[in-house]
Design a protein around this ligand. Structure first.
Ligand code: UD1
Ligand code: PEP
Length: 421
């Protein structure tokens, strides 16, 4: 089992290039099932999650060709299956996003129910509510969700919560439905806009993506296209926090300032200097960070996917900060690991109270989920001694070449294979 070892690092310096967004490419790959012609995707992050969704597409009959490390060609002319098994869904929840496209293209889909995970139960009721509103019959049983519809018909769908996955899944089902679908209280994340842009290039008629009301006029069929995935705002945010925590001076290249507004605002409040430079952001950390209060919210609010990384940062700020997590009910798994490194964090319900420390100390710790793992690397950069992180498969789900990118900035971050006893 591999580990990531982090040693106290000098202030980070240099340039790091942000890869394509994991949370964009996954729905976009699912959407390529709707195309009757070849799709070419560029700036695809070479991540484990991408491999998993490609495996799902291949199981369904799509032909996947990797042209190089960051380009994938998908041919979904002939889809001959409509079932995604548990073995694949359990590897990655986002595989459930093939349900909308399958329902639209095949009139049926049978997908294993995604289970809960470390950050929460993560139900799929809003996805199913949307499919039902479009005329699908839903049956649950034996751990599977089955959806069937002779014909999908556009409808008005109000989401009780602006769920990212539900907005994407419903949008993908509605593009081939008869008539107009309106999604109200839709998620507004940049990844929704990226998916809508991809679908529109294929011939879909989607308006309003990026706002809380999305209007989709169904079309007969979608063709192929070429699309470049947007930069990963969470990967960008993670390196920005690393620069800030180490008092560094880093150019985070291929970062979209517009997508990073809440992160930029909170870093500036914490005394970090940030300037737009070329296609990226220059981040200059202060001698000591100021404490800030954070509440996670759907976009354009502060992203829950940056909560753990900011907790690492606030653990070394000068004073007391409060983080309120409103999106997931159980996303504080990193707290006990950060405490092992000397952080002072108290949890009260959905709030975490963080007393910033002058020094953290390296320790053996475990990545409980993707962003928790990133937070431990960040804490390790400013901790005395050595931090050894296990369960790094979580980190590899979402960060391309993480050790190499950190080392490129002068950080002491290594991947080591654990000796077998
Ligand atoms: C692959 C991907 O893009 N993952 C992102 C996506 O996950 P995902 O799409 O799963 O997140 P959602 O926006 O759907 O979930 C947000 C909240 O809504 C709840 N909910 C969701 C669906 C549903 O049918 N019923 C329901 O109650 C969830 O349990 C959660 O509490 O958005 C999250 C919120 O920004 C991010 O943390 C994830 O990184
Ligand atoms: C929670 C995340 O991803 P997923 O929805 O794929 O679990 C994440 O990217 O932080």
């Amino acid at each position: 089992m591999a580990k990531i070892v982090v040693e106290k690092s000098q202030p980070l310096k240099g340039t790091v290039r942000v890869s394509g967004a994991k949370n964009s490419v996954l729905p976009i790959l699912a959407a390529s099932l709707l195309a009757t012609e070849k799709c070419l995707l560029e700036d695809v992050p070479p991540l484990r999650d991408v491999d998993v969704i490609c495996e799902v597409l291949a199981t369904l009959g799509a032909d996947i060709k990797r042209l190089n490390r960051e380009q994938i060609e998908i041919r979904a002319h002939k889809i001959d299956d409509f079932e995604a098994p548990y073995e694949l869904i359990r590897k990655m929840r986002a595989s459930f996003l093939v349900m909308g496209p399958l329902l639209a293209r095949m009139g049926k889909a049978r997908i294993s129910m995604p289970g809960g995970c470390a950050i929460g139960t993560r139900p799929i009721d809003l996805h199913l509510k949307g499919f039902k509103a479009l005329g699908a019959t839903i049956t649950l049983g034996h751990g599977f969700v089955e959806a069937k519809a002779d014909k999908l018909i556009g409808n008005k769908i109000y989401l009780d919560f602006p769920s990212v996955g539900a907005t994407e899944n419903i949008m993908m089902a509605a593009v081939l439905a008869e008539g107009q679908t309106i999604i109200e209280n839709a998620a507004e994340e940049p990844e929704i806009t990226d998916l809508a842009n991809f679908l529109n290039k294929m011939g879909a008629q989607i308006k309003g993506a990026g706002t809380d009301t999305i209007k989709i006029t169904g079309v007969e069929k979608l063709t192929g296209t070429t699309h470049t995935v947007i930069p990963d705002r969470i990967e960008a945010g993670t390196y920005m926090v690393a620069a800030a925590m180490t008092g560094g001076n880093v150019l985070v290249d291929n970062a979209e300032a517009d997508h990073l507004k809440p992160i930029i605002a909170k870093l500036r409040e914490s005394d970090v200097e940030i300037y737009e430079e070329g296609n990226g952001l220059r981040v200059i950390g202060p001698k000591r960070l100021k404490p800030v209060d954070i509440k996670t919210l759907p976009y354009p609010g502060f992203p829950t996917d940056m909560q753990a990384q900011f907790m690492a940062l606030l653990s070394v700020a000068e004073g007391t900060s409060v983080i309120i997590e409103t999106v997931f009910e159980n996303r504080f798994m990193h707290v006990s690991e950060l405490k092992r490194m000397g952080a002072d964090v108290k949890i009260e319900g959905r709030s975490a109270i963080i007393e910033g420390q002058k020094v953290l100390t390296g320790a053996p710790v475990k990545a409980t989920d993707l962003r928790a793992g990133a937070a431990l690397i960040l804490a390790g950069l400013v901790s005395e001694g050595r931090t050894e992180i296990t369960n790094i498969e979580h980190i590899q789900r979402g960060y391309v070449d993480v050790e190499k990118k950190f080392r490129g900035l002068g950080a002491n971050v290594y991947r080591v294979e654990e000796e077998t006893k």
